[in-house]
Design a protein around this ligand. Structure first.
Ligand SMILES: [Mg+2]
Length: 293
């Protein structure tokens, strides 16, 4: 599996591997006043692990590439690196190399190599009639980000969720191993946008019921907020009984949020009366003038 999914899938003799890379960039994804070096390091690892989770895999090896300004303290670099190593170890992976270079802002890029399940869950397998589920809660990290923008010293559950994404590796692995999910993606750029990726890859449409979204606040933030790092997956009707039998082993809550429909019906959210919900902006555009930070 080449570019366009959460991870690349490559077969080497005796092993099927997952490869992914992702960056956290100061001024785009965070400000230095918002997060400690430990929080930046841990989040850099977890956003990569999230892509491995979305394929149902197990992280194994990490390469770390850090760009830091000359003013960034050596002590803070040590803290950052230790946090990456600790987060990797906690999920059965280890840091095996990296690079440090000087630049204008802090940027932390990880490459994660993982073991693939026999049948990695791609974005392309969803079919009309499949039921859509999401793990955890949506919109909380986006709410935390709003709070941090207003006040770098903000506290609370939402801010903590922004600083510390969830780890859904056990859920992803179970959904893949049991062949429950027909398609899966991690919600990094906003539910609607990432659902759009599944629909494009699968050649289908989708209907989300706004009232059913597991959310802590504004339903629009749950639809488009981003940075949730929860798993969004489609389940064929004949696999629903198996899913419900195993739901206690996912290690997190899951919620039914809608269903896959024929492509001609498009991707949309509907309110409790079945009326389409207008959405101004589908999710985080990395190349917009104004990033989240
Ligand atoms: Mg992803």
């Amino acid at each position: 599996v080449g570019p366009g999914d959460d991870c690349a899938v490559v077969d080497v003799p005796g092993r099927r591997l997952l490869l992914t890379t992702d960056a956290l960039v100061e001024g785009v994804h965070f400000r230095l006043t918002w997060m400690t070096p430990e929080q930046i390091g841990r989040k850099a690892y977890l956003v990569n692990a999230s892509d491995i989770a979305a394929m149902g895999g197990q992280p194994r090896y990490v390469l770390v590439s850090v760009t830091a300004p000359g003013r960034y303290a050596g002590r803070d670099l040590m803290r950052l690196n230790r946090a990456i190593s600790a987060a990797a170890r906690a999920t059965g992976a280890r840091v095996v190399g990296g690079n440090l270079t000087r630049g204008r802002t802090l940027s932390v890029t990880l490459t994660l190599i993982g073991d693939s399940p026999a049948h990695p869950v791609l974005r392309a397998g969803a079919r009309a009639g499949d039921v859509l589920f999401v793990t955890g809660v949506l919109g909380q990290a986006a709410r935390g980000l709003r709070q941090l923008r207003r006040d770098a010293g903000a506290r609370g559950v939402a801010v903590e969720r922004f600083r510390r994404p969830p780890c859904r590796l056990p859920a992803g692995a179970l959904l893949a191993r049991e062949r429950i999910a027909s398609a899966m993606i991690d919600v990094s750029d906003g539910l609607l946008q990432d659902l759009g990726h599944i629909c494009t890859a699968s050649g289908v449409g989708a209907r989300i019921e706004l009232a059913s979204l597991p959310r802590a606040g504004d339903p629009m933030l749950a639809l488009t907020g981003g940075e949730d790092y929860e798993l969004l997956y489609a389940v064929p009707p004949h696999r629903l009984a198996r899913l419900h039998a195993l739901r206690g082993r996912l290690g997190c809550p899951m919620t039914r949020i809608g269903e896959i429909v024929p492509r001609a019906q498009g991707v949309r959210a509907i309110d409790a009366r079945g009326r389409p919900v207008p959405v101004a902006r589908a999710g985080f555009d990395h190349f917009a003038q104004r990033g989240p930070a």
